[in-house]
Design a binder for this molecule. Structure first.
Ligand code: APR
Ligand code: PHB
Length: 390
């Protein structure tokens, strides 16, 4: 099989790249290791930046997001038992975020590709890439028990943190940067109307908690826990009790409901540089991970493929490779801004194991500053809604 751009991975990055190239008349094949059912059921983050919402709209895949997504104009930071609203739209010239699950984004992108009748192979696992330094690179993949080869002009590795793209870079090409955090998140999806109308990030001496949502009837809540926390130790009643305790404010109660899903995720920061070797380009989680505080993971993945899509279209239209040459550095500027923002939000809000009173006072002081100084609040807001220029 032969195509112009071979895309490994049908997560948000790979599917969005496929859509952007489709709209520009560039041929792609998307290879995905998992089944369609698996990809459409994975529960992940749910906050879209304004720029990402606009891109989905322009790409013709934003219709259900516009209908069902919840537009938010602010978030709240809670500490010392009080909530403080950051009016993000007022601080950013009217920009907003949309709460719409990554699961739904993925379903919409898959449906659009299937409707266009373009190749999207599920249960097709990439096992290797070759000839990266030539004009005819190829992806070896296994589909239906048979190993096959997809020849391309360019390979886009959108295959997530555990994919083969990054691992196929020759030794010595990549420089890696990483940090593990000594805590994780226990997340639940509950069948109950959200008790808040905007996202709340709460700092307490018992650890961090986050109140979010997916729809008018689905709440998404998180608790800071150990990175290897045993879910068996968390029956629903214990989760609700801990959520109540970490989000309590006077005159407000947390409504409870059936827990539909629960899971634990560890937290890490990771970046590799550069995002390109020969004809292989990395995008999304394949190249970088942020901790979820600040909700940047999905947004960064989409910003990468926006740049990669533009660069490839320019190259196919005029054989001008200047944007492809600039791709890695251009992405990394935004990646590092988001790495810093996510690290900052994470360390400001989570209780480090063994925290002493000095640590807690520093966090409280920072939170008080962010919620009382307009300059500080604006800095948070412009990062949260997504910087237009980095
Ligand atoms: N061959 C084919 N597909 C693969 C392979 C492989 N060898 N390895 C991984 N994949 C697939 C995975 O099954 C997954 O569907 O690549 C896809 C990668 O998708 P994501 O992990 O969702 O990554 P990305 O598209 O970059 O989206 C980033 O996802 O993890 C969240 O928080 C993160 O929101 C961010 C977003
Ligand atoms: C979510 O709704 O899943 C969510 C919201 C905000 C975050 C992270 C996750 O910072």
């Amino acid at each position: 099989m032969r195509t112009q751009v071979g895309i490994i991975g049908a997560g948000p990055a790979g599917l969005t790249l496929g859509r952007l190239l489709e709209n520009a008349g560039v041929e792609t094949v998307v290879l995905e290791a998992r089944s369609r059912e698996y990809c459409e059921a994975r529960i992940r983050a749910g906050v879209l930046e304004q720029g990402v919402v606009d891109l989905f709209d322009e790409a013709g895949v934003g219709e259900r997001m516009r209908r069902e997504g919840l537009v938010h104009h602010g978030i709240s930071l809670q500490f010392d038992g009080e909530r403080h609203r950051i009016p993000m739209s007022d601080l950013t010239g009217g920009r907003t975020i949309v709460v719409y699950g990554q699961t739904e984004v993925t379903k919409d992108l898959i449906a659009a590709r299937v409707a266009s009748g373009l190749p999207l192979l599920f249960e097709a696992e990439g096992v290797g890439v070759e000839a990266l330094e030539t004009a005819r690179p190829a992806i070896r993949y296994r589909h239906g028990g048979v190993e096959q080869t997809l020849e391309c002009d360019v390979i886009a590795a959108c295959d997530g943190f555990h994919g083969i793209g990054r691992q196929s870079m020759p030794a010595g090409v990549l420089r890696e940067f990483s940090r593990e955090y000594p805590y994780g998140w226990l997340g639940i999806l509950a069948a109950v109307a959200p008790s808040v109308d905007e996202v709340v990030y709460s700092h307490t001496e018992r650890g961090f908690a986050l109140l979010s949502m997916r729809s008018p009837t689905r709440s998404r809540y998180y608790l800071q826990c150990a990175s290897n926390e045993d879910l068996a130790a968390w029956p629903d009643e214990r989760i609700w009790e801990e959520l109540r305790s970490r989000t309590a404010v006077d005159g407000w109660t947390l409504a409870e409901g059936p827990v539909l899903e629960k899971g634990v995720t560890g937290m890490r920061s990771y970046v590799c540089e550069p995002l390109r070797h020969g004809r292989l380009f990395l995008a999304g989680d394949a190249a970088h991970i942020v901790p979820p505080t600040g909700a940047k993971g999905l947004n960064l993945a989409i910003q990468d493929v926006r740049l990669l899509g533009e660069a490839l279209v320019r190259w196919y239209e005029s054989r001008d490779d200047s944007l492809l040459e600039a791709y890695s550095d251009a992405c990394l500027r935004r990646v590092w801004r988001c790495e810093h923002f996510s690290w900052w939000m994470t360390t400001m809000l989570h209780l480090p194991p063994g925290a002493d009173p000095f640590d807690l006072q520093l966090q409280r002081s920072q939170l008080r500053y962010v919620t009382t100084s307009q300059a500080q609040a604006r800095a948070l807001a412009e990062n949260y809604v997504g910087l237009e220029r980095v």
